[in-house]
Design a protein around this ligand. Structure first.
Ligand SMILES: *[C@@H]1O[C@H](CO)[C@@H](O)[C@H](O)[C@H]1NC(C)=O
Ligand SMILES: *[C@@H]1O[C@H](CO)[C@@H](O)[C@H](O)[C@H]1NC(C)=O
Ligand SMILES: *[C@@H]1O[C@H](CO)[C@@H](O)[C@H](O)[C@H]1NC(C)=O
Length: 466
């Protein structure tokens, strides 16, 4: 009898299904892999408590570049919500009526039922496109409170516009993000206000004024993005997802992308709940999508093209100038966007891999530094804290934090950098004329002509031939 039970056990296990089940997965590691749509609360650093205190040093000044918090999708996606409802119904029909569920990797019962009862939140309408969500507001209120807890002397709870300088771009999501941050620092009844937004915001949106940056081929014909997108691995992934959902053919990529985006967004809107649509995918399929996203940003805003590192010339100068100068403002905080953050990190040489990301090295770069999910989630923030260390040979020091985690640069000492080294490392940018430097073709507002334009073209040709 005992032997019989022993023999039957594996069969019982099969009957119950060993297939992946999102709603029963307690670690849900794939929610840390949603690229720029990853929830901040899921990936934020956890070591700042051990990193902020530097013996013998006093924090003096803080400079912050903060991406807006979790937002709603673009109108184009909100308009596709009915299609997600159709997909829901077809998938349930595949499983319960047509009986076309696969032999392996089928949806577990709980994930299927969750999809069956999914409904779009109909109060989200296209006119609210890219608005900050309630969670997005909490994201920034939270980071403000957190940094204030660690640096109470630098972030006092009373606002004045000599000491504090806030700036945001001209969008609802960054305006609200600024307000959330101010509420975190000063409470809900505060008088905090930002500086005026210039018509051409070359500091926070240089990419809008540089045609050559916009025209860089980061995902078109011949790009690494496109090669990966057309690879067998990618095709097989789309096919496997379709089979898993009970389709006898491969769904259009648009449909799969829609479910994937719904999964990422809903997970970020409600961090404590499971997003129903994440159950549609196996973790390894999310890993493939993550790499495609990483390639897109690596070439679009990262180390893929050397000129991406020049774009944020003004922003780097802004940081160096403010932190070098002992006078107020003591706190400078900018509220902006993903492209700004990624190109800033690229200018500073942060999260740079020794090997370039390509379509064909997906397998060997699993522990790459360039993981946009960890670098650039919603509400991602780069924070430079300047310290004064009176007893030290180099009294001026700085720690760079990325998403509450000290940045490890090989020329710094476990995250603590000498200010003189910072100035040396970023000398090319600090001494540059940003009007010339930030954009290969000069860009707006002053389009250069004649000799320097010709030189720029020649330099570009030389770069291409190199
Ligand atoms: C639906 O969306 C609105 C607008 O973003 C939000 O205020 C509300 O909390 C959402 N409802 C649910 C149940 O998530
Ligand atoms: C502004 O705030 C800082 C920090 O709280 C304080 O030291 C300074 O005296 C204030 N300045 C004015 C003009 O109120
Ligand atoms: C993948 O699918 C695309 C589009 O259907 C096709 O162009 C491409 O050749 C396929 N790649 C491979 C390696 O089969």
């Amino acid at each position: 009898m005992r032997l019989l039970i022993f023999l039957l056990l594996p069969l019982v296990a099969i009957a119950q299904g060993d297939d992946y089940c999102f709603s029963k997965d307690t670690s849900r590691l794939q929610t840390r892999q949603f690229s720029s749509k990853t929830a901040y609360q899921i990936v934020k650093g956890t070591d700042i408590e051990r990193q902020y205190l530097v013996p013998g040093c006093q924090p003096q000044k803080i400079w912050i570049f903060h991406r807006h918090g979790t937002r709603l999708p673009k109108a184009s996606m909100i308009n596709k919500a009915p299609r997600v409802g159709e997909l829901r119904d077809i998938i349930v029909n595949n499983y319960q009526v047509a009986k076309t569920k696969p032999e392996t990797d089928e949806l577990c019962q709980t994930d299927l039922i969750a999809i069956k009862f999914w409904k779009w939140n109909s109060s989200i309408t296209p006119d609210m496109e890219e608005y900050l969500t309630a969670q997005g507001y909490e994201d920034l209120r939270g980071t403000a409170k957190l940094y204030q807890r660690f640096y109470p002397s630098v972030l006092p709870p009373t606002f004045n516009d000599t000491y504090y300088q806030f700036r945001h771009t001209d969008t609802q999501r960054t305006t609200e993000s600024f307000k959330a941050f101010a509420e975190g620092l000063f409470g809900s009844l505060n008088t905090a206000h930002p500086v005026e937004i210039p018509k051409e915001d070359l500091l926070l949106r240089p990419y809008d004024f540089c045609p050559s940056f916009k025209n860089v081929n980061y995902k078109g014909e011949g790009s690494e993005y496109q090669k990966f997108h057309q690879s067998k691995l990618y095709n097989d992934t789309l096919a496997a997802i379709s089979t898993r959902l009970g389709f006898l053919y491969t769904l259009s990529e648009d449909d799969i992308k829609l479910m994937y985006d719904m999964c990422r967004y809903e997970q970020a809107w409600n961090v404590d709940r499971n997003s129903v649509w994440c159950g549609a995918f196996l973790p390894e399929q999310i890993t493939v999508f993550e790499y495609l996203e990483d390639l897109k940003y690596y070439y679009g805003s990262g180390y893929g093209f050397p000129e991406n590192a020049n774009l944020n010339c003004r922003l780097v100068q802004d940081m160096l100038t403010h932190l070098s100068n002992p006078v107020s403002p003591h706190v400078v905080a900018h509220f902006a966007h993903s492209t700004g953050l990624l190109t800033l990190l690229t200018a500073l040489g942060i999260q740079k891999d020794d090997i370039k990301l390509r379509a064909d090295n997906y397998d060997s770069l699993t522990s790459r530094r360039w993981k946009t999910s960890l670098i650039d989630p919603f509400a991602s923030n780069f924070v430079a804290v300047k310290y004064d260390c009176p007893g030290s040979l180099d009294p001026e020091k700085v720690i760079f934090f990325l998403n509450q985690q000290a940045v490890q640069l090989d020329w710094c000492n476990v995250g603590l950098c000498k200010w003189s080294d910072v100035l040396e490392k970023y000398k090319a940018i600090s001494e540059a004329d940003c009007g010339e430097y930030f954009c290969r073709t000069g860009g707006a507002p002053s389009l250069r002509s004649g000799m320097s334009g010709l030189l720029a073209i020649l330099a570009f040709v030389a770069y291409l031939m190199h």
